[in-house]
Ligand binder design. Sequence first.
Ligand code: SF4
Length: 333
Amino acid sequence: MKESGATSPFPIQAGSAGMPISIQQAKIIYNLPFNDLLFRAQTIHRLHFDPNMVQMSRLLSIKTGGCAEDCGYCSQSAHYPTGLKASKLMEVERVLTEARKAKDAGATRYCMGAAWRSPKDRDMDTLVAMVEGVRALGMESCMTLGMLTEAQAGKLAEAGLDYYNHNIDTSERFYSEVITTRSFEDRLDTLATVRMAGIKVCAGGILGMGETVDDRISMLLTLATLPVPPESVPINQLIPIPGSKLEDAAPVDPIDFIRLIALARILMPTSHLRLSAGRTEMSDEMQALCFFAGANSIFVGDTLLTADNPDDDHDTALFRRLGLSPMPLEPAV
Ligand code: SF4
């Protein structure tokens, strides 16, 4: 049986480790006939993952709003009148109570996000206690706290932090259209600091901010060609926030979104690809196609930091309809 894209010069494993790929090659793959693209992505997916397992993470905002950064998509930036009420860093016990509930509901990774440009050193002991507490529950821990110094990354690594999330958001070319208070280079520097500290990297981006398809492909190539690609890659669909810079952004074409998931799977064969913000706007059929294209991680729980997320009952029903199961935690080695 032949793909109609059999004229494509690229082997099924294009983009896997040791096989660098150019932007032109990535664009050709992205533009393959849809069925050929999904077939390739699914074939690669099956080489590295059980296709019917989806990793489940839960995200909690441990410090909300009042952020000094001006990310044009964010409800928590102090630069935009989004109406969000700012709050202080949560107490450790409250965070752990929520983590226990998440574990009981089937989540294996607990992600804690703070709306900061970077953490203050005075908050580090509290953050360390949160990481240690989540690890003691037998869950993987993840934090997203903004830019880190080497010393801060070292402390979090010592506490046992499994993942650090720091999205590159978009392409280098488009970055300054969305954020001006830090640079694309700052982002890459923090990712390098996290990697050097021995923490696994979670880094992805957002579609629907006015970027071109080339920007999206370029963003994926930046991630795929890091010295070590991120172990976890969240792909978000913008939820336009009233009052934010991007409140009037046009929605992403669902087929384009699915194509990008497929390309991400082909470029980063062993990374967990997470459908993140924006799932409330996706039909079950679109999510099913994203899973077929290689997405294998979701956030569960009815809120994502400050945004809505499908509720647990909806996700349970979707998993049942698609024959999907939650991915168990890999035993620590
Ligand atoms: S995305 Fe993060 S860094 Fe940017 S404004 Fe929102 S909370 Fe701050």
